[in-house]
Design a protein around this ligand. Structure first.
Ligand code: ATP
Ligand code: MG
Length: 142
């Protein structure tokens, strides 16, 4: 439970929030293991969000994620999933506190476009492992 996959979604990149988000994780004492910018292929987001394939917003969400650059990162540290998720906070803006990334950087946007919530973070150690293996090749992780 010491590593998490974090992705800054297209609108986070477009708004210049890369350094802000990195700073927030660094301030908590977490360590950046690897970072890269990728433009996912059309089908790639479907693998990432395979759990959501029955949801009505699945295609729109996947189209959004393949429409431009994404910053893919692995962060390491004791409790990084628990505290990283706290930093990110809820998809539902009513539950996203002002001091969190989705809370203060995206609140109005999330109401209108829930897929544009700036950032993704793995929710469990197992999903973190799967997502890291999906987004990174072994030789990128040395
Ligand atoms: P995440 O897994 O990204 O941290 P989450 O666990 O809070 O977010 P999920 O229900 O797992 O939310 O949804 C995954 C992603 O699907 C969200 O990050 C959001 O971008 C998108 N999403 C959720 N609900 C909607 C919706 N109603 N319309 C469009 N996109 C949505
Ligand atoms: Mg989720």
């Amino acid at each position: 439970a010491k590593i998490i996959f974090i992705a800054i979604k297209l609108n986070g990149v477009q708004r210049g929030l890369i350094s802000e988000i990195i700073s927030q994780f660094q301030c908590k004492g977490f360590k950046l293991v690897v970072i890269k910018i990728v433009v996912p292929s059309k089908d790639f987001p479907k693998k990432h969000y395979h759990d959501l394939k029955e949801r009505p917003f699945f295609n729109g969400l996947c189209d959004f994620l393949s429409s431009g650059p994404i910053v893919a990162m692995v962060w390491e540290g004791e409790g990084v999933i628990k505290y990283g998720r706290k930093l990110i906070r809820a998809t539902d803006p009513k539950k996203s506190k002002p001091g969190t990334i989705r809370g203060y950087l995206a609140i109005v946007l999330i109401i209108l476009f829930p897929c544009k919530n700036i950032i993704h973070g793995s929710d469990r150690p197992e999903t973190a492992k799967d997502e890291i293996n999906l987004w990174f090749k072994p030789r990128e992780l040395v």
